[in-house]
Design a protein around this ligand. Structure first.
Ligand code: GLA
Ligand code: ZN
Length: 669
């Protein structure tokens, strides 16, 4: 099933803000002409347009939007129509200050900026519901409207009295009794025990900031608040017309909400990807490739790239422009990983406002005569040529990496170790990156009850500090039945409530690993150790866990310190499968050697079966291999079989040359 059934093609376009240009009718006409030229087929309309749609309370102005949508429709350009809840008009903030958010120091914010609303406020909910319903009544039947863009980049928490009430109600529902809450939050520590529900405030830097279990619950509650708000908006538009799918644009390395959970409220996952190109392009690409795979994994279906920049951003410390060719290359990265679109922020640069210098398809000169515009058009052409891939079935990855938001939060809030142990996304990315460079496809799963690991050959559990949702049982069964499990230091230390297991660790899996952890040592950044494996030394930095083996085979040992000679890498046969345990933080070369061996022995397929130069990666999508060069140098690759580059139509075989930023979409034959 297509993500956008009314328009089942790769989408190309971006955020379009005609509400900023209503006094420039020529510009609005010109926009459509230029969009055609740039091969734009869809725009995200009205994302922050509330003040233009409802200039005073209860008076809707839809005339301008009617004209825009019709003009676009006549030109064959579809609309991803936004609900405007991401920013609110000044009159509303003035008349109903309760719509504004209260920050973590319990201070009500003032009007301004965006993303500054309280999710509980009955007035805000009523206003949002009313305008969403009015938009749906007016536009949902329009054949040009293909998707709902709910609000914009939901984030953050609200500490207002209403949200606090909801927090307490949520806790009551979860724990039932105060006794249970005190027990799970271990409030005997520092005299933290609560004797009445009304005493419980949210965790805060000016209040209770020293209880990690409470913080993790607060993040779960905040996820629930955001999800509930999305569901309210979804219900508003779907009660008028259920036909148009709903999305909300998610973000990179996001911390505030559990995206696996939040995605349940969405029909379609979409996200905003802004790699910082020009410093370490391989690292940047690997991080964003990982997030593309995460986004695909949330609902186990393709996703949309909702935003990316055609050129530069304006919010990094150093805002470099993309080098020639990087726009096509970086736009093919999401495609390779399952995106059904390449969309931008933004179509046209505003004349003012904080984002007036952010990259856009059309700059302040208003012409098509720029390098950026031409490279955007090139992406539009590429998407047309790739049309055969749109519905092509994708083979299921055989490798699964566990990535869990509760585990992310638990590691973040735990006062222990060092950054090296606690930087969970970086640890996960290190494992991911090694596989990505090998061309091995990966799914992500979290620890929810529904998670099913049975279809995978290899499950990787990097720093799975928390165990919840019965994961220990699943990992045991998975291994017993023939799966290969690979875990690292810091595994199975606390339960889903955040309390330490009163057991040997990895909790309930020491027989599976044939090993027991004893101490978690961390190194200063200037220090290092090494793992001795196959007579070679592999650098170790940051984390050295001291373990002892019971039945496991020792494959690597520490070189230095009081644990010199003790196990660092172990393997244990368990049932029909095997479980690996890597106790230290090694570099990429060691992870690559380890994963290369495991993947070979399991016969896990790679996108291309030939060695690839550093910085050149291959990714299979529906039988077509996206060969991408992030190395910053010209590179050669020897193809194992004859291929056709869908982007150029060229037939290729044997040794081929990839230019700097080169990308090819290699179909068989
Ligand atoms: C985000 C927002 C956009 C814009 C861009 C700038 O992704 O959703 O509105 O601010 O960042 O990069
Ligand atoms: Zn609130």
């Amino acid at each position: 099933m297509s993500l956008t059934p009314r328009f089942p093609v790769f989408l190309h376009g971006g955020d379009y803000n005609p509400d900023q240009w209503l006094k420039y009718p020529d510009v609005l006409e010109e926009d459509v002409r230029l969009m055609k030229k740039a091969k734009v087929n869809c725009v995200s309309l009205g994302i922050f347009a509330w003040a233009a749609l409802e200039p005073e309370e209860g008076r809707y102005e839809f005339g301008w939007m009617d004209a825009v949508i019709d003009r676009l429709w006549k030109a064959g350009i579809r609309v991803d129509l936004a609900t405007p809840s991401g920013a609110r008009p000044a009159w509303m903030a003035q008349k109903y200050p309760e719509v504004l958010r209260v920050d973590d120091r319990f201070q009500r914010r003032h009007f301004g900026g965006r993303h500054n609303h309280c999710p509980s406020s009955p007035v805000y909910r009523e206003k949002v519901r009313a305008i969403d319903t009015a938009l749906a009544e007016r536009y949902a039947k329009h054949p040009g409207v293909i998707l709902w863009h709910i609000s914009n980049e939901f984030s953050g928490d609200c500490y207002c009295p209403l949200c606090q009430e909801k927090w307490r109600a949520w806790l009551r529902e979860k724990y039932g009794t105060l006794e249970a809450l005190n027990d799970r939050w271990w409030t005997g520590f520092w005299s933290m025990a609560y004797t009445d529900w009304s005493q419980i405030e949210p965790p805060s830097p000016v209040g209770q900031d020293a209880n990690p279990a409470m913080w993790v619950d607060w993040r779960r509650f905040s996820t629930h608040q955001c999800k509930d708000f999305i569901l309210m908006e979804k219900e508003a538009v779907h009660s008028v017309c259920p036909e148009i799918p709903v999305t909300a644009n998610l973000m990179q390395r996001f911390f505030d909400y559990d995206y696996f959970d939040l995605s349940e409220a969405l029909d379609v996952v979409s996200w905003d990807s802004y790699p910082g190109w020009g410093l370490d392009d391989v690292k940047a690409a690997s991080e964003h490739a990982m997030t593309h795979d995460l986004m695909r994994s949330f609902k186990d279906r393709p996703f949309l790239l909702m935003e990316s920049t055609p050129s530069l951003v304006n919010w990094q410390e150093v805002n470099r422009v993309k080098r020639p060719g990087m726009h096509l290359l970086s736009s093919m990265l999401p495609l390779a990983h399952g995106s059904q679109s390449v969309m931008y922020f933004q179509w046209r640069k505003g004349r003012g406002g904080s984002e007036m210098f952010h990259g856009a398809v059309v700059g302040h000169d208003g012409t098509a005569d720029t390098r950026v515009f031409k490279e955007v058009r090139q992406v539009g052409e590429a998407l047309e040529k790739l049309a055969p891939l749109y519905g092509a079935p994708q083979e299921k990855p055989r490798v699964c990496i566990l990535y869990d938001y509760s585990c992310l939060w638990a590691l973040h809030y735990a006062q222990m170790g060092s950054e090296a142990v606690k930087d969970y996304p970086e640890t996960v990315n290190a494992w991911y990156r090694a596989l990505w460079k090998m061309g091995v496809a990966v799914d992500f799963r979290d620890m929810r009850e529904e998670t099913d690991l049975s279809g995978y050959a290899l499950v990787i559990a990097p720093t799975l500090f928390m165990f919840r949702g019965g994961i220990e049982e699943k990992l045991r069964r998975f291994t017993e039945q023939g799966g290969t499990l690979a875990a690292t230091y810091g595994c199975g230390v606390i339960d889903g409530d955040g309390r330490a297991f009163l057991s040997l660790t990895p909790h309930a899996l020491t027989d599976v690993f044939g090993a027991v952890t004893e101490e978690l040592d961390v190194l200063y950044p200037s220090q290092s150790n090494a793992m001795i494996m196959d007579g070679r030394e592999w650098p170790v930095t940051g984390v050295c866990e001291v373990i002892r083996t019971e039945d496991a085979e020792v494959l690597g040992t520490y070189r230095d310190d009081f644990y010199a000679g003790r196990p660092c890498l172990t393997r244990n046969r368990f049932g029909k499968g095997e479980a690996w345990y890597l106790a230290a933080r090694t570099d990429e070369a060691a992870l690559t050697a380890l994963l290369d061996g495991i993947c070979r022995s399991l016969g896990i397929p790679r996108a291309l079966s030939v060695p690839l130069p550093e910085g050149v990666v291959a990714r299979d999508r529906g039988g077509c291999v996206f060969l991408q060069n992030y190395s910053g140098r010209e590179q050669t690759v020897t193809l194992p079989d004859p291929r056709t580059d869908l982007l150029t139509g060229a037939s290729l075989s044997g040794e081929i040359t990839l230019p700097v930023c080169g990308v090819m979409a290699l179909a068989r034959g």
